[in-house]
Design a protein around this ligand. Structure first.
Ligand SMILES: [Zn+2]
Length: 158
């Protein structure tokens, strides 16, 4: 039987199905009550009001039930607030492999925000331009590579 933590960590993001909630840093903890076996999962939502969170909660419960843990509770914690900086190196690699540019650093320092070119996930060129602040979902922006001329999504830094 898979452990409760493995089952939860394998739940994929409903909007970006190539990465898991663990890759995204949404999963904060999985604890089992030794007396009752009840599982408590703690998650932090990504972009506020992201409708995906309801799906994620349901998927976590389904994954736990399938792994033999039907008695589970999903808790949501809002502090500290989620940031795209929490996306793991493995998660960033999976995004790039799927043709989605990973977000740059969310922390902006100095009076003028530094505009970094987003690297094309297909050819690696930094000669790219933003076409729209919103890509296939609100969490992503639409970019185009001037080198290979292909559009691609970027997970917006937050
Ligand atoms: Zn390119």
């Amino acid at each position: 039987m898979r452990t409760a933590r493995d089952a939860v960590a394998a739940v994929v993001d409903p909007e970006i199905r190539v990465v898991t909630i663990e890759d995204l840093g949404i999963l904060r903890g999985v604890a089992a009550d030794p007396a009752t076996g009840r599982i408590t999962v703690t998650i932090t939502p990504t972009y506020s009001g992201c409708p995906a969170m309801d799906v994620i909660r349901a998927d976590i419960r389904a994954a736990l039930a399938a792994a033999g843990h039907p008695d589970a509770e999903v808790r949501t914690v809002f502090a500290p607030a989620w940031s795209t900086d929490w996306i793991s190196a493995a998660g960033r690699a999976k995004l790039a492999e799927a043709g989605i540019a990973p977000p740059g650093p969310a922390t902006r320092t100095g009076p003028v925000p530094l505009t970094l070119g987003v690297r094309c996930p297909r050819c690696g060129s930094v000669d790219t331009e933003q076409l729209s602040r919103f890509g296939s979902t609100a969490c992503k922006a639409l970019w185009r590579c001037r080198t290979c001329r292909d559009p691609f999504d970027q997970v917006k830094p937050l």
